[in-house]
Ligand binder design. Sequence first.
Ligand code: HEM
Length: 398
Amino acid sequence: MSTGRSADPELVAPIADPALYAGDPFPQYARLRREAPLAWLADPGCWIATKHADVLRISRDPGSFCSSEGILLMDIGRDLPQIPGALLYVDPPEHGRYRRLVNPGFSTSHIRTLEARIRDRARALLEAVEPGVEVDVVETLAVPFPLLVIADLLGVPGDDWPRFRVWTDLMIEAAQGTTPESEAALTEMAVYFLDLVAERRADPRDDLVSLLCTAEVDGVGLDDAELMMFYGQLLVAGNETTRNLVSGALLAFSEHPDQWTRLRAHPETIPVAVEECLRWTTPVISFMRTATRDVEVRGETIRAGEPVLLVYAAANRDEEVFGDTAGSFDATRDPNPHVSLGFGEHFCLGAVLARLEARVFLEEAARRFATLEPAGAVERLASGVIAGILRVPLRLGV
Ligand code: HEM
């Protein structure tokens, strides 16, 4: 067994290759967990953590493993611009101040007020699907649903969702380098939100834009640059993740028709099923941290300045935690200590919303459709960050 700093490059290198994720990365994760659970990836120079216990340990210790040096493999060696309000890249104690400002907008009590609206959105999309006819559930259901919900959350017209889609796609692209097209679109987005902030400051309403532009901690609020960053971040963080959770959940149930039948018979178990859908799909494959000091993990010394990739998708199939059925979809799995929403200081801000969206969507889908039948090849995105599903053709039967 070659592990740690001398791990077999052929075993570790595929993790940095986007092509792995367009296919089935799970056998590779299983080998890494077994043969090299904390392995050094020589290019671009990063530790790869695939065990559940290590992902937890590192996520819980932001003092020793920071986010400000980057959270994506492609951040390694880049001169990261210090962007105000970019929560994912901020360390304590500054991070805590931002979270105190924005947490109230994402609290269980605030998000619950959106449930009826979310249900209307899910129902309208599902009712537009013709039973028995092949449909790509990604484009028809999973793409518009979270964007419509984000529009409702922000307090803007639902018809704006196609613009949000363009902006989020371009923001993701722009992370690797801007083009004149992406710059123009991002300027359009900034103008959209600046106008909105000006409107809401003058006339606050019961929506997230008003809440964030008027929130204060110790008498200090978010300035315009921080607000723009924050709204953009919400679009990116809340969109593709939920999209892939919804399409991945429908795909999983189409492959396990007995579990769909059971779920319909016991809709009260949908919250438990949502947790398994989160584990099974793991919409964020991995995020990175950087050691701020020498730290011993699994008998290896991670040196100060070395990055570590936390592979949530691999940790979520760890047999040591999920037992013999770690590699199976089981919508009744309970307890389900998955790490799909992260852990510690950076625990997903939108967790309550994401869980509510998935629950309501499954409740409405189960009410309307008795069968979910696979109807063609599934296509996945070649990305090691977002577990993207590009196409899921199904026939939904009543
Ligand atoms: C299935 C849906 C979702 C998944 C799987 C997901 C996953 C994650 C993960 C793994 C993190 C931790 C990042 C880290 O540790 O570095 C995170 C953070 C975050 N998420 Fe989510 N997320 C989802 C939905 C949402 C939604 C709906 C929103 C908002 C509308 C959102 C907003 C955020 C924000 C702002 C952060 C940064 C928090 C911080 O750094 O303090 N997420 N999410």
